[in-house]
Design a protein around this ligand. Structure first.
Ligand code: AMP
Length: 294
């Protein structure tokens, strides 16, 4: 499995990456961690990055791309990896696409952890407190001033990646305001439904129909409302059928029903959007008529 975790500082990327590592035995590749190690070791890259990081800026693209290109060549990354904090700019994402293409590797998904900005400062302060309590050194950039800068960088340089990956149908968004446990469960559920993860024996199996529904949800971010409604409905159909049918498949009805419900919900919101567009069209027509009369 090859996965990107995307989200602003304090959104929980590191925490979730560690949980995925723990469960699936793949490596976490955090450019932030690697750069901090380089700073601590005083390597040439570390010396170059130190000041930039302390000020909440971004290390040049070619530096981080070089780090990642070397790192994914290592044997422990063969089984898969979770990228945490990389890519952070569109050129980095393009470089990653090139790297993977050359190695004939596929990116399974990009999981965006969406959080309210107002919660981030409190989260980063908590992280600093916990680090202090463990007797470890607090990150120089975990201060309110630097966080403000890092957030501004995220908005202008990293947020465009949401569009980049949604266009490529790789983006999945998870509500990062839920509890850590809930977010983990949601990520695992999505990845299992996409076929990126093997379900654990004691867990719900996501059948083909649920998989299809998850894929429809992924595509939804790109298609126009009408198409979304159609494909979500189409995807929901076999899921609904499977939910009704006597359990021929291994999948518990609950999972299938849930997937069907979600797909139907997508269809409903797309239909709502269509209705809104219709009303707007009608209003525009009325206005044109009125003007013509005048
Ligand atoms: P993080 O631990 O991911 O919050 O990263 C800490 C700092 O390392 C960031 O604020 C940047 O200065 C630098 N950094 C980490 N990853 C990247 C990247 N992909 N591109 C540029 N700078 C990065």
């Amino acid at each position: 499995m090859r996965l990107i975790l995307l989200g602003p500082p304090g959104s929980g990327k590191g925490t979730q990456a560690q949980r995925l590592v723990h469960r699936h035995g793949i490596v976490q590749l955090s450019t932030g961690e690697m750069l901090r190690a380089a700073v601590a070791a005083g390597t040439p890259i570390g010396l170059q990055a130190k000041e930039i990081m302390a000020n909440g800026g971004l290390v040049p693209d070619e530096v981080v791309v070089g780090i990642i290109a070397d790192r994914i060549e290592e044997p422990d990354a063969k089984k898969g990896f979770i990228l945490d904090g990389f890519p952070r700019t569109v050129p980095q994402a393009e470089a990653l696409d090139d790297l993977l293409r050359k190695k004939h590797l596929k990116l399974d998904a990009v999981v965006e952890l969406r959080v309210n900005e107002s919660a981030l400062l409190a989260r980063v302060e908590k992280r600093a407190e916990e680090t202090r309590a463990r007797g470890e050194e607090v990150r120089l950039d975990d201060t309110p001033e630097v966080l403000t800068k890092r957030l501004a960088q995220y908005r202008s340089l990293t947020e465009p990646l949401i569009h980049y990956y949604s266009e490529r149908r790789k983006l999945l968004t998870v509500d990062g305001m839920m509890t850590i446990e809930h977010v983990t469960r949601e990520i695992n559920r999505i990845l299992t439904a996409l076929g990126a993860l093997e379900p654990k024996d004691h867990e719900d199996h996501a059948p083909k129909a649920a998989k299809k529904a998850a894929k429809a949800t992924m595509k939804a971010s790109k298609k126009p409302a009408k198409k979304v409604a159609k494909s979500a409905k189409k995807a929901a159909k076999p899921a609904r059928k499977a939910a009704k049918a006597p359990s021929k498949t291994k999948a518990p009805k609950k999972t299938v029903k849930k997937a069907a419900k979600k797909a139907v919900k997508n269809a409903a919101s797309a239909a709502k959007a269509r209705k809104g567009a219709k009303t707007a069209k009608k209003a525009a027509k009325k206005l044109t008529k009125k003007r013509a009369k005048r």
